[in-house]
Structure formats: C-alpha cells, structure tokens
Design a binder for this molecule. Structure first.
Ligand SMILES: [Zn+2]
Length: 155
C-alpha cells in the first residue's frame, strides 16, 4: 500500500495522523577535534562526510583513516543529503529520558555511497518503507548542537 493510500485508509477510520517528530529532546555532546567540523556544519544546515583522497570513497562515522584503504589523506566534503531507507527499527521504549518514544531508528544509504544512522521524522510509523527516498533535515537541540535527521524526500 502506498503512503497516500495508507493515509486515506486512516482518514476513513477517523484516526488522526501521528506524524513523527524529532525524538531527541536534549543532549550533551562534546565534539572531538575530529568531529568538530561535522557538528559546526550541521549547525549551519549542512551535512558533511569524509572523502578519501587516495581511493575517492566517502565514509562515515568519522575516522582518522579511510576504512577502505587506511589512507589518512582525506577531507570533509558537503553531501547532497539524499538517500534511501536501508533498514529501520521502531523504538517503542525510550533509551533515556532525553528521547520521546515511539521513534524510528534508521539506517540511511546515501546516494553518494555511504551510510549513516539517524532518526526518521515527518511521517507516520506505518508509512516507513525500505527503499523509500529520504532527504536530510536539521533539528536544533541547543545553541551548540544541531543534529541531522531524515524525512521523506520531496518528489
Ligand atoms: Zn581510501
């Protein structure tokens, strides 16, 4: 069933939509020298990823050496922020008081060939589907911390 068909079915049943919002409500994070550029960029609404200058592959999470060829010659580059839902879990119990449950923990396969874990927002749980196109969005938690999240991509 498509997302729109599911929405119509719910509307006929008279149920109000329950669109997921950012689950994380507060978080203390101390960036390391390695991760500082990533978090600075997120605060500015940009998603960065490391790209290896030796083998040209992108990789995430942040590493001091390329996990593909072990080269330490890499740089941060801006991602286009687009990918697909590779896999997900619906978390019905918050792992800490900082989270609002339920929420979706998602593995996102980026169009540029790298993968990251994030949360999926802007849809109802039952509309999440493996392979659905996603785009990054940013959730400001504090003046210091903005986290990249994902939502269904605009067509
Ligand atoms: Zn490499």
């Amino acid at each position: 069933m498509s997302a729109s068909a599911a929405a119509i079915t719910r509307a006929k049943r008279g149920r109000r939509p329950n669109v997921l919002e950012a689950p994380l409500t507060t978080y203390e994070l101390t960036p390391t020298p390695l991760t500082q550029p990533f978090w600075d960029a997120a605060r500015a609404g940009k998603l960065l990823v490391q790209q290896c200058n030796a083998c040209a592959k992108k990789f995430f999470r942040p590493e001091i050496a390329c996990p593909h060829c072990r080269s330490r010659d890499w740089e941060w580059v801006e991602s286009n922020g687009r990918g697909k839902l590779y896999s997900f879990s619906v978390m019905h119990r918050a792992p800490s008081p900082a989270f609002k449950a339920p929420f979706i923990f998602a593995a996102v396969e980026m169009d540029e060939g790298w993968t990251l874990f994030s949360n999926l927002i802007g849809l109802e749980i039952e509309d999440a589907a493996i392979g659905m196109p996603l785009e990054v969005c940013f959730h400001k938690l504090s003046d210091d911390l903005t986290v990249p999240l994902f939502r269904p991509a605009a067509p």
